[in-house]
Design a protein around this ligand. Structure first.
Ligand SMILES: *Cc1c(COP(=O)(O)O)cnc(C)c1O
Length: 382
């Protein structure tokens, strides 16, 4: 039996990181400043430089990063926040937690990124009903490819909306020759273990060029602390980043570029080798993906499920992101105005994510291609 092909291999990565990782962790164990220790500041400096932003503020998760940014924009009841229907629940959840309403927008059938024409339509819908004040857009770089940031910025500026970038899946990607990190007023990152830059637990960060907002996020992540300790300036969160997580992430930053290159090489091998029945991801022009997810599309749900079963029998792990668009999820039904978002609805039935990670061997990639090739040949038989 050939080796199973896992979806993610954090054990192999740990081995590759070697003693450097242990040394960093030992340093934290020695100084014992477990919350907001020197590793957090060092990581923030590195993240800011990497993403081309003036400030990086480490927080406890990508979700808390979004929450703090929305709190910083004073998002609350009676306000509408526009976001794609085809994303992870965290993007929408934070809007509801603050009492505002997420307005779901359809996605582009080619790139799966937010659709500008649907966005314009949804804004018109909200204005026509007249019950909510349109406030913000959360752009999401789905699967590691950039959202159409230039168009989103133009749109937000024309319509008087604040643009926020959810880069949970795309840190490391680039757009028009620049690393992502400063495409919007604030950019949020996630270091959940399965993200391209993942820690050993939860973590996140906010990138911004705005000095005042950066100070505000620092206050918000620490219970709304003022200039002095125990001065409570505002209602905040307990959303700090741990020193141990920061130490892990610093180690991973050392190999991040190499890992991104490996992800790209795997993506290229899949692009070139997949049978024609399986559509590879369409690349966003003028950009480089971080390949958080390599998502293929099948012509129907039956074929998608059949391919998934076939890969599973060959011990090749796959995943479905996302089986159901957010506006069809029970938690968001009451908020949604009932408008159909046909692309997001169809994608849930047709997409399949193949394994892509920096420790995926050429042999494993070859096995995925062999099994998909054999599967496709069987579909052609009468
Ligand atoms: C993972 C993810 C988040 C949330 O990040 P956490 O660190 O898990 O809280 C938000 N948005 C998107 C698009 C994500 O993929």
């Amino acid at each position: 039996m050939p080796e199973p092909v896992p979806f993610l291999d954090l054990a192999a990565q740990q081995k590759r990181l070697g003693p450097a990782l242990r040394e960093r962790l030992d340093r934290v164990l020695a100084h014992c400043r477990f919350v907001m220790g020197p590793e957090v500041t060092e990581l923030e400096d590195r993240l800011a430089r990497y993403g081309g932003a003036r400030h990086a503020v480490g927080v406890s998760s990508g979700t808390d990063a979004l929450l703090a940014v929305l709190m910083g924009e004073e998002i609350g009841p009676g306000m509408a926040v526009f976001l794609p229907a085809f994303t992870y629940t965290a993007t929408a959840e934070v809007v509801l937690l603050l009492g505002a309403v997420p307005v779901f927008v359809d996605v582009d059938p080619q790139t799966f990124q937010i659709s500008l024409s649907s966005l314009a339509q949804r804004l018109a819908d909200v204005r026509q009903v007249g019950q909510l004040i349109p406030k913000a857009i959360i752009g999401v770089d789905l699967f590691g490819q950039p959202a159409p940031w230039d168009e989103l910025n133009d749109f937000a500026l024309n319509e008087g909306l604040t643009l926020i970038a959810d880069c949970a899946q795309s840190f490391g990607a680039s757009y028009k020759g620049r690393k992502l990190g400063h495409e919007a007023k604030a950019t949020t990152l996630s270091f959940f273990p399965s993200k391209p830059l993942g820690g050993y637990g939860d973590g996140g960060a906010i990138l911004t060029d705005d000095d005042e907002k950066a100070a505000l996020y620092r206050s918000l992540r620490s219970h709304g602390e003022g200039r002095q300790r125990y001065e409570v300036q505002r209602i905040g969160l307990n959303a700090r980043l741990d020193s141990l997580q920061a130490a892990v992430l610093l180690s991973k930053m050392d190999v991040f570029e190499e890992e991104l290159k490996r992800r790209e090489a795997v993506a290229c091998a899949y692009d070139a080798g997949l049978p024609s029945l399986i559509r590879p991801p369409v690349r966003v022009l003028d950009s480089q993906s971080a390949w958080a997810v390599y998502c293929v599309t099948l012509p129907s749900r039956t074929l998608r499920d059949s391919l998934r079963d076939c890969l599973s029998e060959a011990d090749i792990a796959t995943a479905i992101y996302y089986p159901k668009p957010l506006h069809h999820q029970p938690a968001y039904q009451a908020q949604h105005d009932g408008v159909a978002l046909p692309v997001a609805e169809a994608l849930g039935e047709q997409v399949l994510a193949l394994p892509i990670h920096p420790d995926l061997s050429d042999e494993a990639v070859g096995r995925v291609l062999a099994v998909t090739g054999q599967w496709a040949e069987r579909q052609d038989e009468p």
